[in-house]
Design a protein around this ligand. Structure first.
Ligand code: ZN
Length: 438
């Protein structure tokens, strides 16, 4: 890892990190603002920025207030771009217990189990049939497994004994519920939640694994899930801009999704600090920087905060189909998602497609020694840049590498998000934006 060397007076170095952009005349430290934004977006009042208790709307209103305070302009009549989409939610009761022959296990939601995001409501006690590496070892054992009447039983798929490279496939197959079981339980070391636009006909649960003896002794479960399927949930993108002094009709765009996974029942919410309060914090810092009169850009700079990313890139898709100005007027779009670490640098999705811009980004980074590495990656449909890319807009998606591994779980918290290279990345983005303005 290279050391940072930014031209700042040495007595500043020890006290707090400062980043100087190319044309910067004053000192601007993005970290304090980032901390406040991330703490706010991850607070329990935001309910995980999903579709229970208006989490998405709370977050959108917060962004709206910030835009207003910074004096961003809006297109048409307001910052919001509203639209509807279907979503499966869990505002009600969630209970789940494992019943073991010889052991007692206490399980708590989020920590030890999660309810599959497409699960329907269910309540009752059910027997469990174990499916593990031994089930497929011989024809005889598989035959024995298949002899079960699954219609009132759950299948418990234990991934721990299954070879690592086969796990994904086994999990995907199990989720199809080929034997028509009452429900599916997958025991795995890494619980990850998501958002579903559909409600399935049977529930899926992920639990932690408990070691061979305990797994073997699981006899049954007690379960209660209350889902609420909303066919036309109304949510909103939050969009503002700063007018350019020389080319007001041409835009550089920074985007970040503000939604996350929301709530799983009454007691559990997913804060989504890295994913993607961190990106929103960068977006608002860039907006704060460019809203200073001395930093007024040549080209207009727009800020797109998207909803519905976790439900399937819905906000960005909707925007590309209903743009506020012609998409051809976007000079370049930089999508920011997962910016909370950076110990090992950043990855630039679409870097292979826009070699010139990628070269410039790398050059700026090595000149200023911001990040240890700027990695190249090809096309990928993994965040909100993608719908723009599909419409022919030049775009990069930037995410940070290294550090904490919390992802789509209850541990992606504001308190533990390190923001290791946040200031450096802010500097790089400012410099890249300056490069794009030429
Ligand atoms: Zn994300």
């Amino acid at each position: 890892m290279k050391l940072r060397s930014i031209y700042i007076p040495f007595f500043f170095i020890a006290s707090f990190p400062i980043v100087l952009c190319a044309q910067q005349k004053s000192v601007f430290d993005p970290l304090p603002r980032a901390r406040i934004i991330i703490d706010s977006l991850c607070s329990p009042d935001m309910h995980g920025r999903g579709y229970v208790m208006n989490g998405d709307k709370q977050a959108a209103r917060y962004l709206e207030r910030e835009y207003k305070q910074l004096g961003l302009k809006f297109f048409r009549t307001q910052y919001f771009q509203e639209f509807n989409f279907p979503v499966n939610t869990f505002p009600g009761k969630i209970n789940f217990d494992l019943k073991l022959k010889k052991f007692d296990i206490d399980v708590s939601p989020g920590e030890d189990y999660i309810i599959g995001s497409n699960s329907p409501s269910i309540k009752g006690e059910y027997k469990v049939v174990l499916f593990d590496s031994l089930t497929t070892r011989s024809k005889k054992s598989l035959k024995k497994f298949k002899r079960n009447n699954f219609s009132d039983k759950f299948i418990l798929v234990n991934l721990s004994g299954i070879r690592e490279k086969d796990r994904q496939k086994v999990m995907e197959d199990a989720r199809e519920n080929p034997y028509g079981a009452k429900g599916i339980i997958v025991a795995t070391d890494k619980l990850t939640w998501s958002v579903s636009q559909k409600a399935a006909s049977f529930p899926t649960i992920e639990t932690k694994t408990y070691g061979y003896e305990k797994m073997k002794s699981i006899e049954g479960i007690r379960i209660q899930v209350e889902n609420k399927y909303i066919p036309d949930y109304r949510s909103q993108n939050v969009i503002g801009y700063i007018e350019g002094s020389q080319h007001p009709d041409s835009f550089i765009v920074f985007s970040a999704h503000y939604d996350h996974l929301g709530r799983m029942g009454k007691d559990v919410y997913f804060p989504g600090a890295n994913d993607n309060a961190s990106g929103c914090a960068m977006l608002l810092n860039l907006a704060a920087w460019y809203s200073k009169p001395e930093n007024k850009p040549n080209y207009s700079i727009a800020f797109f905060a998207f909803t519905g990313e976790e439900a399937g890139l819905l906000g960005s898709k909707y925007y590309t189909e209903h743009p506020f100005f012609p998409l051809s007027k976007i000079k370049f779009l930089v999508n920011l998602d997962i910016l909370g670490t950076g110990d090992e640098g950043i990855t630039v999705v679409n870097g292979t497609m826009h070699k010139e811009e990628f070269g410039a980004l790398q050059k700026l980074n090595s000149e200023k020694k911001y990040l240890p590495e700027v990695k190249l990656r090809g096309k990928a449909a993994n965040s909100d840049h993608y719908p723009f890319d599909e419409k022919g807009v030049k775009t990069f998606f930037i995410y940070t590498l290294g550090g904490i591994k919390a992802y789509h779980d209850i541990y992606d918290k504001a308190e533990t998000l390190p923001l290791t290279k946040f200031s450096e990345l802010f500097g790089l983005l400012c410099d890249f934006s300056t490069y794009l303005q030429q």
